[in-house]
Design a protein around this ligand. Structure first.
Ligand SMILES: NC(=O)c1ccc[n+]([C@@H]2O[C@H](COP(=O)([O-])OP(=O)(O)OC[C@H]3O[C@@H](n4cnc5c(N)ncnc54)[C@H](OP(=O)(O)O)[C@@H]3O)[C@@H](O)[C@H]2O)c1
Length: 259
């Protein structure tokens, strides 16, 4: 799997990576079909297959139920893996709760370090809510992440945004080698301006919902075009199915080889 540098001296991240919402949460998600959470054995096999295919980034969040803790237990001590997590959103009693205060962000990073069994978190993003512009304009949440980065507890910081305006604002606030996570799939190309600006300023881009959370049909073609999009560091694809993972890796390898 092609590796891409995050910033001039940053880590090498695989062009396709693994999203983990379905590792730990079934409630309040927008996938087309209900599913059962994978067993530890199934998750271990899935992560081993991803590693065999050269995937080296898994994306998680405190709001993905048991996802962080399960990832920590299975691969926290494996330095093959880079782990991206988030702050600001928790999912409790069937609904999301948001807190972007510096105190909450520091506590969340501490919990993530414990769940993921990592002293240093590779990537931590603001898990932005609908009032993302005011959170970014306020500046204290991003500053809290940057302070934790300066203390050596985080490798790269950034934000997972919803709108183009918030994506552009986040790109302007972060440093080269940091990242923004945006939605991009065949049915939603609206975030391309954010990707262009990030690319021009040596900032990374993670793609979320590349298959429109499973609502998109032509999966191989979608993933193939997304990994080839200039400025995209890694396409974070969600799956808990080993067969789908193998198909998706094959489609991406073919697209990368064809260039
Ligand atoms: N606000 C945020 O920061 C945010 C929001 C959304 C997502 N994310 C991150 O981005 C990741 C990806 O987004 P996503 O999980 O919403 O959606 P996605 O990657 O667009 O789609 C995942 C869905 O596609 C299905 N799928 C995958 N490969 C398939 C194949 N070959 N054939 C048939 N179905 C296939 C999966 O089902 P199977 O499990 O059956 O394969 C799953 O239901 C998340 O897991 C999460 O890490 C972040």
């Amino acid at each position: 799997m092609e590796l891409r540098s995050l910033g001039a001296r940053g880590p090498q991240i695989s062009a396709l990576s693994l999203g983990s919402t379905k590792f730990g949460r079934r409630e309040g998600v927008k996938y087309p079909n209900d599913f059962t959470l994978p067993s530890d054995g199934q998750l271990s096999d899935l992560l081993a297959l991803a590693k065999d295919n050269g995937i080296n980034l898994v994306d998680t969040a405190p709001s993905y139920g048991t996802s962080e803790a399960r990832i920590g237990g299975l691969i926290g001590n494996d330095d093959h893996w880079h782990i991206a997590t988030k702050v600001g959103e928790e999912f409790v009693d069937g609904r999301s709760h948001f807190d972007f205060s510096p105190t909450a962000i520091r506590a969340s990073v501490e919990r993530s370090r414990q769940h993921l069994r990592r002293d240093i978190l590779d990537i931590v993003l603001l898990h932005l809510s609908d009032d993302e512009i005011s959170i970014l304009e306020d500046g204290r949440a991003m500053a809290a992440l940057m302070e934790l980065r300066a203390q050596g507890l985080i490798g790269a910081v950034g934000a997972s945004t919803k709108t183009v305006a918030a994506g552009l604002l986040a790109v302007a606030q972060i440093d080269p080698g940091d990242l923004v996570m945006v939605t991009l799939n065949p049915g939603d190309q609206s975030q391309l301006p954010v990707i262009d600006v990030a690319r021009a300023s040596d900032k990374g881009i993670l793609i979320k919902k590349p298959l429109d959370s499973g609502h998109h049909g032509n999966i191989g073609a979608a993933l193939g075009s997304l990994v080839l999009e200039p400025g995209v560091t890694s396409v974070v694809m969600g799956t808990i199915n080993k067969g789908h993972l193998a198909q998706n890796c094959f489609a991406v390898q073919q697209a990368l080889a064809a260039g």
